[in-house]
Design a protein around this ligand. Structure first.
Ligand code: GLC
Length: 644
């Protein structure tokens, strides 16, 4: 194997040759820092190949090109991030997630909404897939035809770069998707594969007959059993079975081929150099396939992420990587880096487990499963953070482990079935209005679609015209937001939830959307409701102002920094969820009543948890009244600290 200084000299004499000596030195430093990590990951993936050295040389060359073409303002950003590496972990971070067209129209028009985002305290904006998708159905943009062009309906790459700059000047970091597990079958690579070009057929995973697909299928689950059953699609033109985990038109990439890893690295650097600050790497769990397994979360999928992270850090160290891996708790944590890869994989990952447990707690009116399951999750590395959320553009899949359910006396299968019944509104007495997404008859699995407010009971309450039920639903909406804001990490507000938008059935009128009921909770922004946001007598106003107050409380509480340990604690009242945030910055005890009746937590329990003295209520900003118990109103939440 070649000495790594050889790659460095090639880069300096190649892409970096025209740069100032100081800039070259800076690259040398970053190379020395990150190359060992890159090599470790790359050896794990491709170390057996005779052409390994030349691939590494190629990757370093791409990195050097990315470095040389990084615009000045982004070089400054890189320095800024190096000076303040915990910027994304601080308690003033708030994320917002929306579709460009549904929120504002075009990318240029998003800039006109910056002041709206600022009212909510937003510092991170995820614009849903915006690269050029295939024509026709495109899985909400997750079938990309061109990674270097923006969807023409939204604008151009220049518009994207300009928006990124405007957002940054307003303290908002732009996050975009990189769909790295698959391309649209209309992508030029796929088109050339379809034309019979072996070089590009090797970019994908395809077989001449059913022998291998059948063997793989024995252990593969189905992601979209309803509208895209099976994991392979036959194409007559090439007489091949192509691996298609998701829809037929989404072809899985073949990362056993280093050319694919290199292409994506180049795209990562390209997008970073447009000013994208966070890349949401889509469906990363699926990136490596292995016979006899479910082909998810394979060690090599982690190595790919580690390689990208180390290599991209040399060219664009300000860039953060976000893993979209919606998997069970034990599979999830490693995306934030374990062992040798601690702090060296993705900086961010979605806490889908917490999201699921929130909904589970509300349905059950009980916090035992939440508490126990969260306690089983190990701590995350100091340089990483969760993205916490209650709703997103996807369905809710009940990521509850059988072991966790069993430990508190529940049957995992039956509990997941109960949650599906409850949130599809089939369960007698349920407050929720949702829909079943992708019933899988083989496993009995049923996922759920629905907007936050509808799932939390607002739609049914409004229909019933019952003000008490409306009040309870609004409290649930605020409780969910409260807990994602206090848990630790970057809380994500999902567009429309800040105004309690209900389910939107209009997707049924659009033939390219009607098969996919996730559009039920991907509404268009309702700017008439936005106009009501300051009037707390209205529902949008109540929720919007409620969220703003919570954001303000979060901003003034540095103890909620993502580095603070997050621990679920038993409150000795199963109806009250307890969460302890603890670090040298301070200690905060959160108590959340997940039921519609008032609940109490005994003072001696607070004493045992280290909250024995006079207490301050950080939300109300006043001392907590003395008394035997702490009383929480229906769905009430308090954040307590010792009053010093
Ligand atoms: C991710 C996206 C989801 C999409 C899938 C396939 O899970 O969030 O919307 O369907 O990837 O790209």
């Amino acid at each position: 194997m070649m000495d790594s200084t050889h790659y460095l000299e090639q880069a300096v004499n190649g892409p970096l040759r025209l740069m100032e000596p100081l800039e070259q030195e800076l690259f040398r430093l970053r190379f020395a820092q990150h190359m060992p990590d890159a090599l470790r990951a790359l050896r794990q993936l491709y170390g057996q190949r005779p052409d390994f050295d030349s691939w590494v040389g190629h990757l370093v060359n791409l990195v050097a090109q990315g470095y040389a073409s990084r615009p000045g303002p982004l070089r400054l950003l890189d320095l800024d991030r190096a000076i303040e590496p915990d910027w994304f972990q601080q308690s003033d971070m708030v994320g917002y997630v929306c579709y460009t067209d549904r929120f504002a129209g075009t990318l240029a028009q998003v800039a006109e909404k910056i002041s709206y985002l600022q009212e909510l305290g937003v510092t991170y904006l995820h614009l849903m897939p915006l690269l050029r998708p295939r024509p026709g159905p495109n899985d909400g943009g997750y079938a990309v035809q061109d990674y270097r062009q923006v969807n023409p309906l939204l604008g151009s790459m220049d518009d994207l770069a300009s928006l990124a700059g405007q957002l940054r000047r307003h303290g908002i970091s732009l996050c975009t998707d990189l769909v790295c597990n698959h391309t649209a079958k209309e992508h030029p690579w796929a088109q050339q594969a379809m034309a019979g070009d072996q070089r590009y057929q090797d970019y994908y995973i395809m077989y001449a007959d059913r022998a291998m697909p059948d063997r793989y299928e024995e252990t593969l689950p189905e992601v979209f059993p309803d509208f895209a059953p099976g994991n392979f699609t036959y194409y007559e033109a090439i007489n091949r079975w192509v691996w298609t985990t998701f829809n037929e038109y989404q072809w899985d990439l073949n990362y056993r081929n280093p050319a694919v890893l290199a292409e994506m690295l180049d795209i990562i650097l390209f997008l970073a150099n447009q000013g994208v600050e966070i890349l949401r790497l889509d469906a990363v769990a699926f990136m490596w396939k292995r016979l006899g397994t479910d082909s998810q979360n394979q060690p090599e999928a982690h190595a790919i992420l580690q390689a990208w992270r180390a290599l991209s850090r040399m060219a664009a160290p300000g860039l953060l990587l976000l893993a979209e891996a919606i998997v069970s708790p034990d599979k999830l944590i490693p995306y934030l880096g374990r062992g040798l890869a601690t702090n060296k994989e993705c900086e961010l990952a979605y806490h889908n487990v917490f999201m699921v447990l929130l909904w589970s707690g509300l349905a059950e009116r009980n916090a035992r499963l939440m508490t126990y399951a969260l306690q089983q999750m190990p701590a995350i590395p100091s340089g990483t953070a969760w993205l916490t959320y209650a709703r997103c553009h996807d369905d809710i899949g009940w990521a509850v482990r059988d072991e966790d359910a069993a430990a508190i006396g529940l049957n995992g299968f039956l509990h997941r079935a109960f949650l599906s019944d409850f949130y599809s509104g089939r369960y007698e007495g349920s407050f929720a209005r949702g829909a079943t997404f992708q019933f899988n008859p083989k496993t009995g699995d049923r996922r759920i679609s629905g907007s936050l407010a509808s799932l939390a009971g607002l739609e049914a309450a409004l229909e019933a015209g019952d003000s008490r039920l409306i009040e309870l639903a609004l409290r649930r909406v605020l409780l969910l937001h409260n807990l994602i804001l206090v848990f630790g990490g970057i809380p994500l507000l999902y567009m429309g939830d800040e105004l309690a938008l209900l389910n939107d059935g209009s997707y049924l009128d659009d033939p390219s959307l009607m098969d996919d009921n996730r559009w039920l909770h991907r509404p268009r922004m309702d700017w008439t409701r936005v106009a009501q946001r300051t009037d707390e007598q209205t529902i949008p106003g109540r929720v919007f102002q409620g969220i703003c107050a919570l954001v303000a409380a979060r901003q003034r509480t540095p103890a909620l920094h993502a580095q603070a340990h997050t621990q679920a604690v038993w409150t000795h009242n199963d109806q009250v969820f307890g969460l302890l945030r603890e670090s040298p910055r301070g200690r905060v005890l959160v108590l959340a009543n997940v039921t519609e009746s008032a609940q109490a937590v005994a003072r001696h329990r607070l004493f045992e948890l280290g909250f024995g003295g006079p207490l301050r209520d950080l939300l109300a900003e006043e001392p907590l009244a003395d008394g035997h118990d702490v009383w929480l109103p229906p769905y009430g939440v308090c954040w307590l600290a010792l009053d010093e």
